[in-house]
Design a protein around this ligand. Structure first.
Ligand code: ATP
Ligand code: MG
Length: 363
């Protein structure tokens, strides 16, 4: 069983769409999948046609200790796919829990007890995080074994990644030693643009071999499906969106098989990547020119061959790939600076990610 948090503090990058449709794709392949919606926006729950405005049991009840995990798990229209929904009540949870001892590990504890009680464990538990590094996201990271980071193939794709890596590192060192960043999922990809190609190069340079080869293209069917309360495989199984999430699921399973057949000693070693992400170069004036054949394809082949090399595809980027001065000399537009370190466990300070007022600084 794998518990995976889908996280990126940047909003609207494809976290929820990926949690729903990757989960459904895995479920369609016979895997038992539990989706956990820990986002007060409750988009994942809405996508799966749950009632998030009423008094139905939700993740909120688990976090405030009113209900056990098993009381909240619900079926979906997709066989093998279950969900722990969110609820608008979750908006207040961060404040309600501010004085609770061990508030970062509530989900971890609840999930562990739940998993221990199961006769047949889930194959995958996917946790859909909100677009922040607040308490709810910290709970998700403390409860997960792995982190998938959906990113949008656009100019600001890597903005905030240093901060996210830092928080993952802190959670790992203090609460969850097994945590590893094991997948970068490129979403809303527009293959024919030079910008997308350049962003991909930078993303691969920053994250190395954990970037999934399968990319999720921009596809209107993926954007339409939530309003019908359907996963993409129900809404339009012939769409590019369905094809891309099928490919991603195949790759996730292939990585799993690879790990099983070639286990490496020790735990995955994530992620204290360079807190200053490389700067994405400008694509020039024309971002609609066709993508020309180039190195990334070779890189992908190498990456696939090296899958096992990182003990579970964990990110090991410690050093900047390109010195800042070189980048500046080459004339790219600089990404906004990553803010100074903060400690998510330090209450009440200016840099506490629990404090929503500091969220702007985090990214
Ligand atoms: P938030 O940070 O607010 O939780 P998110 O990272 O979960 O957002 P999504 O809700 O998955 O992002 O996607 C943002 C919007 O983009 C949604 O309207 C979704 O339907 C749409 N969308 C997601 N992926 C694609 C895609 N590949 N092509 C077209 N639209 C997409
Ligand atoms: Mg979302």
């Amino acid at each position: 069983m794998k518990t995976i948090a889908l996280i990126n503090q940047k909003g609207g990058v494809g976290k929820t769409t990926t949690a729903v449709n990757l989960g459904a794709a895995l479920a369609c392949r016979g895997k038992s999948v539990l989706l956990v919606d820990i986002d007060p926006q409750a988009n994942l729950s809405l996508h799966l046609d749950m009632d998030v405005f009423g008094s139905d049991a939700s993740i909120y009840d688990i976090l405030v200790g009113k209900r056990e995990f098993f009381e909240v798990v619900r079926d979906t229209a997709v066989p093998n796919l279950k969900v722990v929904p969110s609820n608008i009540d979750l908006c207040g949870a961060e404040l309600e829990l501010v004085n609770t001892v061990g508030r970062e590990v509530i989900l971890q504890d609840a999930l562990r007890s739940f998993i221990d009680s199961l006769e047949t464990p889930f194959d995958y538990i996917l946790i859909d995080c909100p677009p922040s590094l607040g308490l709810l996201s910290l709970n998700a990271l403390a409860a997960a074994q792995e982190v998938f980071i959906p990113i949008q193939a656009e100019f600001f794709a890597l903005q905030g990644m240093g901060k996210l890596m830092e928080v993952v590192g802190l959670i790992r060192s203090r609460l969850n030693p097994a945590l590893a960043v094991t997948g970068i999922i490129v979403c809303m990809y527009r293959a024919q643009t030079n910008l997308a190609k350049e962003v991909m190069r930078e993303v691969r340079s920053f994250f190395g071999n954990v970037v999934f080869e399968a990319k999720i293209r921009q596809n209107i069917k993926l954007a339409e499906a939530p309003s019908h309360g359907k996963v993409i495989f129900e809404y339009d199984p012939a769409s590019h969106g369905a094809e891309d999430y099928n490919n991603l699921a195949e790759e996730v399973l292939a990585v799993e098989d690879h790990r099983r057949s070639a286990p490496l000693p020790g735990q995955p070693q994530p992620v204290m990547a360079n807190p200053e992400p490389p700067r994405v170069p400008s694509s020039g004036d024309d971002d609609t020119r066709p993508e020309s054949p180039s190195a990334p394809e070779e890189t992908r082949a190498d990456d696939r061959a090296n899958l096992a090399g990182a003990a579970g595809r964990a990110v090991e980027n410690d050093q900047p790939q390109v010195p800042e001065t070189e980048e500046r000399a080459a004339g790219p537009r600089a990404l906004p600076e990553v803010q100074a370190s903060s400690d998510p466990f330090h209450d009440g300070s200016e840099t506490d990610p629990d404090n929503e007022s500091t969220q702007g600084a985090v990214t």
